[in-house]
Each structure stands twice: as structure tokens, then as C-alpha cells.
Design a protein around this ligand. Structure first.
Ligand code: NI
Length: 204
């Protein structure tokens, strides 16, 4: 039943997926733009290669399509955008099922405390979480906050509600050591922010 994808076909498929998401996200400048997806893709491939044992094409497609039906951006149902791409490229139905299952296992809010069932899902979830923390996580938090009219202090709250919890929910060893570095950098940032703004708020 397996469709035998050779290396060239796989490369072309992934290139098409990159182009597809760039078109899909062209209107979004907040934290969930095409560049986020491309970083998740890059980190997912890096983790997958280091960890071994994952189907790299599934990792790539799940990473590239993981936000294609994000409810904050799209009003699609049943992963319509991801499915449209996979169907148009004749990806085998059992592979489509796995990719969709992996995509749906990535979300933080819907899967709190639950590990994705497949290695591919765990890798993409880690890559998505890595992009929410560290320097890039800080940048994305304020970009998103600004877009939604939030004050700096309210964006700072988001670190405590979510971002500082992420390092303990990482699945793979490869991502864990990166997450620890990024976590330490966020703590340093929060301390400096407090130092630079705390005094001001007290005096005025
Ligand atoms: Ni994402």
C-alpha cells in the first residue's frame, strides 16, 4: 500500500509545502506567520535527525502544516487547509491520517499534559514549543501582544501563565537541552525587565 516516494519526489513535495504555507500566511504579521512555521520545520528536522527513528517526510509535512488550520487564524474545519495540500499531492491516505493526527497533537491548549502518540508528533510538538521560548519566544510574545492591544505588563503575564511552563513539557532529549538554555535566557530577561520597570512604577 505504501506509495514509494523517492528522494526527489519527497524534496519536491516539501518544497511545495513551503510555498503553500507562505501563500497561506501572507496576510499575518503576528507571532504565527510563515517564518514561525519555517523555524518549526527547521528545528523539527534537526531534532528528528539527532533523535533518529522518525519518518522524516512525515515530520517535515506535519511541521510545515501544523498551523495551517490554527483557529486563531483560519475558520477552517477538520484541518481543511492541511488536507487540501496533502490531497493535491496524492499523499497516501494512511500517511495523511498520521500527519493530521500529529498536527492535532501539537497544540498546547488542547493537549496540556498529554504526549503525542507518535515520535513524529512528539518532535513537531517540541519544535513548536521551542519557538515559543527563548529570544524568539520573547519577540513573538510582544509582537502578538502589540497586535492585540496588550500592554507590556500584560505580555509579561503570558510568560508566567505559559512560557515558563513549557520546558517541563518537552518530549525529546535533543529539544530539552535547547529548551533549558532558552528558559534560562527568559528568566534573565524577566529579571532585567523587573529591574528596569519596577523602580519606575514604585516612584510614579
Ligand atoms: Ni505553531
Amino acid at each position: 500500500m505504501e506509495i514509494n516516494t523517492n528522494m526527489t519526489d519527497s524534496k519536491a513535495l516539501i518544497q511545495d509545502a513551503i510555498q503553500y504555507i507562505q501563500e497561506l500566511f501572507c496576510n499575518d504579521a503576528g507571532g504565527h506567520d510563515a517564518s514561525h512555521t519555517l523555524r518549526v520545520y527547521r528545528n523539527a528536522m534537526m531534532i528528528a535527525k539527532k533523535e533518529g527513528g522518525a519518518d522524516l517526510e512525515i515530520v517535515a509535512l506535519a511541521a510545515l502544516l501544523h498551523d495551517a488550520d490554527d483557529h486563531k487564524l483560519f475558520q477552517t474545519k477538520d484541518n481543511e487547509n492541511a488536507r487540501r495540500f496533502l490531497a493535491s499531492h496524492a499523499v497516501a491516505p494512511e500517511r495523511v491520517d498520521q500527519i493530521i493526527r500529529d498536527i492535532n497533537a501539537v497544540s498546547f491548549s488542547q493537549n496540556r499534559g498529554r504526549r503525542p502518540e507518535t515520535p513524529e508528533g512528539r518532535i513537531v510538538q517540541d519544535a513548536d514549543r521551542l519557538d515559543a521560548i527563548g529570544a524568539v519566544g520573547i519577540a513573538r510574545t510582544f509582537a502578538y501582544g502589540g497586535e492585540h492591544g496588550r500592554s507590556l505588563d500584560s505580555s509579561i503575564g503570558h510568560f508566567h501563565e505559559k512560557l515558563l511552563l513549557l520546558k517541563d513539557e518537552i518530549n525529546t532529549e535533543t529539544a530539552r537541552s535547547l529548551a533549558e538554555e532558552r528558559h534560562a535566557f527568559m528568566l534573565e530577561f524577566l529579571e532585567k525587565y523587573q529591574e528596569e520597570t519596577g523602580g519606575l512604577n514604585d516612584d510614579n
